[in-house]
Structures are given as structure tokens and as C-alpha cells.
Design a protein around this ligand. Sequence first.
Ligand code: PPS
Length: 298
Amino acid sequence: MDSSFRPKLIDFHGVSMTHYFTDNWDNVQNFQARPDDILIATYPKAGTTWVSCILDLLHFGQTSPERHTSMSIYDRVPFLEMAVPSVPKGTELAENLVTSPRLIKTHFPVQFVPKSFWEQNCRIVYLARNAKDSAVSYFHFDRMNMAEPEPGDWSVYLQRFMQGKLVFGSWYDHVNGWWKKKQTYSKIHYMFYEDLTEDTGYEMDKLCSFVGLSPSEEQKKSIISMVEFDNMKKNNMANHSSIPVMDFKISHFMRKGKVANWKDHFTVAQNERFDEDYKRKMTDPTLKFRTEIDIAAV
Ligand code: PPS
């Protein structure tokens, strides 16, 4: 696929988007959620695929162990708003899911979520990742994914991240919007990529109590192993290697899978500017991110 496929960024109800995620807007907004649906919501590059695999394995790994190696993650967990030519739309994939509960992915900021998810009181798993690693991961993704706007060079890209001029808008608005929603809607489980990296087992236990599952110790151990970065990177049903718009010669979807990879990208000056701007935007003291973790503890 050549780079002429790359879309332009548009302003859509005040959020930067591309038409690949707005063309099916009416069907997305009228999507009929069911009470047991689980919505997996993230700002791009927060670890959506990781938590999607975990939830899929927790729900269906016992009854259909072959799913993880024979069915792609985007068929197991449809991307609701996706409307890219020549492939089924996210709404169609979700409507055709035969499993229950249906696991559905979205990158929408909270105000774009179809109303039926709220009306049906669905469980929502929100996964957030620190801003610096999100920016780096998104930059490499936009370099290799021809369905994303041209990223430009890193310094321009970082500026655009700070201005919220990337697909799905501002990281700052996204993580804060969902955090705020959690205060009034009790069925949001808000989790962090850094915690999932530090202690996958503990985070999985919390997820299980949120979705009402009690897997055996053996089952948990096996899932933890299947979702380790290196294993997911090797798994063609999770690593996105079959998506034609992604050029793995430029970068991999499963790229590093680390906390603090930003340190290899930010200059000292960029880091200072970013931190200053971050302080101005992230004023809620109850929402705290870690940009590094104690590696020795992992
Ligand atoms: S997307 O396109 O928004 O759905 O991407 P998403 O899946 O949210 O995020 C991709 C990043 O998550 C990393 N990843 C993982 N890290 C640790 N362990 C596991 N199992 C794992 N699976 C995916 C992936 O490598 C991307 O991050 P970077 O930093 O680019 O490596």
C-alpha cells in the first residue's frame, strides 16, 4: 500500500480524527450494546491489544483454547469505529460476534461512546499509558501504518502530541475525560500499562474481580505466559502482521513493549518543555502516571 492512502487529520466535533473512524458514525452511534458487553477503551498505543488478549483468554481460553492462535485479535475483539475500505466495519464485526460476552474495542474519547453502552450499564475497561511512552509508541505506529496521517519527524510529532493534533485527539483530554467519568459511572475499571508491566498477575486478578471471573491458578499462569510480550510478538493472531496497511519494514506493531522507552527519544530540551506543558494540563492530583518503573522489581 503506498503512502497516498494516508488520510488527512480532520476536526470532528472538536476532536482530531480521520475519516476512517468517522465514516460509519451513524451506525456506530446507533450501535446496540448488550448488558454483558465489555468495552475496552484506550487512547491509541496504551496496550489495547495486550488487555484484549488477556480478557479474551480469561473468557474463552478454557472453552476455545485454539482462538488465541487461530483467530486474529481484531476478529475476536472488533474495533467499533473502524471503517477502512475493503474490510468489514467494526460495527458489523461486533454485531456478528457469536461469543458472549462480546469484547469490543474503542479509542473514542468518552463523549463519543455510543449511548447504548451507558444505557445498558456495560462494563468498561479503560487502560491508560503514560504520555511520554504513548507519544513514542504512537510516532512509530504512524510511521509504519499507511492508514494514519503522515507523522513528520519526531520533534514535529511531539509538538502535535502536545497540541492534541493526532488521531483520537488529545491524550490529556482522553485520560482525564475517562477518569472523570469513572467518578459518576461505577462500571469503569481504570488501569495503567505501567502497573500491568510491573505485575501482570495482580492486575489480572483485579480485572477478574471486575468482570466476575475466578480462573484457577494454573489457568492464570498459562495466560500470563501467553500474553508475555515476546510470545505475543511471535503470535500472528496478535501481532497485526497480516494487516496490509502496516509496513513492518519500517517498524513492528509489537515494537518494544517497555516502560520508559521515551528516554531513548526525548532530548533534554524536549523533556523540559513537555514536563512544563504537562503540569499545566494535568491538574487533577488524583490522576497520576508513572513514566518509569523499578525494572529490578519486574
Ligand atoms: S493500538 O494500535 O492503539 O491498538 O495499539 P495498542 O495495542 O494499544 O498498543 C501497542 C503498544 O503496546 C505494546 N504491547 C505490549 N507491551 C507489553 N506486553 C505486551 N504483551 C504487549 N502487547 C502490546 C506494543 O508493543 C506497543 O507499544 P510500543 O511501545 O510501541 O512497543
